[in-house]
Write a protein that binds this ligand. Structure first.
Ligand code: FES
Length: 174
């Protein structure tokens, strides 16, 4: 990665914007990248403004690399005041904003942010507290649609405890 981009990322990480869970979000989107193992969840809250439903604020949590966090920080600022359609029309490189063009090996980091945004703006991912609530749909990587991202990776044990399976020493392969 070139020094200028690293400097911009470091700058964005010094004071990342819109970090954290949003309790009263209208919609939530989560995506993961199976190649690098990064995950990102985005919360979006809408408001009415001049007869338009626009994004009031968006927040995120990430188990992602520095680039994904920097892009998410910039993108959540960028989409504020836009309608869902306007936010969805943004291209990956626009979401990366002032970071400028990303090197090929880092483009997927911005795509992770774009994926979380698209997932959050998908009407199927509207939370139950939203005005036109629909049941939350499965998210992109199969984690639950609400709550803290950490909780998604540390699911509570199911009632009934641990199931023990005893191996039969006489069976081939055991
Ligand atoms: Fe995979 Fe950045 S390296 S999201």
């Amino acid at each position: 990665m070139d020094a200028d981009l690293q400097k911009k990322i470091t700058e964005a990480l010094r004071d990342p914007k819109n970090l954290g869970e949003m309790a009263d979000a209208d919609s939530i989107g989560t995506v993961g990248n199976s190649d690098c193992g990064e995950m990102l969840r985005m919360w979006v809250k809408f408001k009415e403004q001049n007869g338009r439903k626009v994004i009031d604020r968006a927040t995120f949590q990430s188990f992602g690399c520095e680039t994904a966090i920097a892009v998410a920080s910039l993108a959540t600022e960028l989409i504020r005041g836009k309608t869902a359609e306007e936010a969805l029309a943004l291209k990956t490189e626009e979401l990366a904003g002032e970071l400028g063009p990303l090197p090929p090996m880092k483009i997927h980091c911005a795509q992770l942010v774009e994926g979380a945004l698209r997932s959050a703006l998908d009407p199927a991912n509207t939370t139950q507290s939203a005005p036109a609530a629909v049941a939350p749909a499965p998210v992109a990587v199969g984690v639950k649609t609400s709550g803290n991202l950490v909780d998604s990776l540390n699911p509570q044990p199911k009632p009934g405890g641990v199931k023990l399976v005893f191996l039969d020493p006489k069976k081939p392969g055991n």
